[in-house]
Design a protein around this ligand. Sequence first.
Ligand SMILES: NC(=O)c1ccc[n+]([C@@H]2O[C@H](COP(=O)([O-])OP(=O)(O)OC[C@H]3O[C@@H](n4cnc5c(N)ncnc54)[C@H](O)[C@@H]3O)[C@@H](O)[C@H]2O)c1
Length: 413
Amino acid sequence: MTSICVLGLGYIGLPTAALLASRGNRVYGVDVRPEIVETVSAGRVHISEVDLDGVVQKVVNAGMLTAHQTPSPADAFIITAPTPLTEDRRPQLECVYAAANSIAPVLKRGDLVIVESTCPVGTTRNVAQLLAAARPDLAIAGGGAAISDISVAYCPERVLPGRILIELIDNDRCVGGLTPVCTERAAQLYESFVHGTVLRTDAATAELVKLTENAFRDVNIAFANELSMVAEHHGVDVWKVIELANRHPRVNILNPGPGVGGHCIAVDPWFIVDSAPQQAKLIRAAREVNDSKADYVFQRLAQTMESSPEPNVTCFGLAFKPNVDDLRESPALAIVERLGRAFPGRVAAVEPFIQTQPASLKAAGVPLITLDEGLDRLGAFVLLVDHTAFLRVPRERLRGRKIIDTRGVWARA
Ligand SMILES: NC(=O)c1ccc[n+]([C@@H]2O[C@H](COP(=O)([O-])OP(=O)(O)OC[C@H]3O[C@@H](n4cnc5c(N)ncnc54)[C@H](O)[C@@H]3O)[C@@H](O)[C@H]2O)c1
């Protein structure tokens, strides 16, 4: 049995802690928020993730997972603290460094420290330097000693919310240590519970791999979004263009939409831009295209509403992607809020995945109504998210409607 301290009990940390505990490790879960510690200590969960409640209850009842506000001594430490963007789109790493500082006093010779948070290149090395400054009595990896007392490695997370417990086991992992020994030790920890392949590299490469994955998605979506604006400029149907172009054996264009949201794809490419602004020209441009798409959609809708005899519009979808309740950084939500403020009393929203009207919609005067109410409402329809529930709407309920479709679902029906 290994003892493992997981720093941060959020969407990544809690499933990781619970899974490690279910595999026979003694796990100390740490979070700075006392209400989270209280909830997990009671064997309950504060986040919605498939099957997580049952696993947490089981491992807490078995005494294999306990929750605390401060770290305990352990053989391995895994940092899963948040890494958001600042207002001026720079990485905010305070929580990762605070987590590293909090473990410094309990570190002992032979321990392994792993950073899992999405981070700019160089963060793992900074964590090691911070530990070295706090614990001059220990030889921290990367500090130049022939043999280090503390191994430090990076291992990014690439799970999909809704499938976290499955993907934590099945996905391939990319592990990069500050030294080959660090890499090997961290890889062995993941190999104890991962069925996918654990790929070994160095810390900086692993850091850039994670950012690259999301920047790749962002750039490809930006291409589709830019194409949708070019096609509209020419009065051509972008969906037809994509369908026909994708018949080329080596072309695979993604679908355009109202912009890019969520806490990963819309955030992580900025970490690359911030660290290499001269080199990351395309990645920055892609971010700007995707951010500008929401504004473009709003302007097009506003023009339509100003010139339309239809008094009302009903917006379908607020989430940042299909079939989730997640509104973080959602372009659909931002568009609906702006429409509500610009056209008071004319806009309503349908979002089957949430039951409570978000405060920002309330402030914008946009009611949240059911799908049936939305389909019965007079006026135009704006499709912003391709939820399955919307794809299943009988076509006769759309007949004769003015439809503005940012996802190419109803317009092509
Ligand atoms: N959620 C995802 O799907 C996902 C996927 C891949 C990567 N990531 C990355 O993983 C990291 C964590 O993301 P998340 O979604 O779990 O975030 P989260 O906000 O759900 O959870 C982070 C938790 O860390 C706690 N915390 C903050 N500072 C702390 C400290 N000093 N010590 C201990 N706990 C602390 C917070 O209170 C919070 O509960 C981020 O870097 C994110 O970009 C997330």
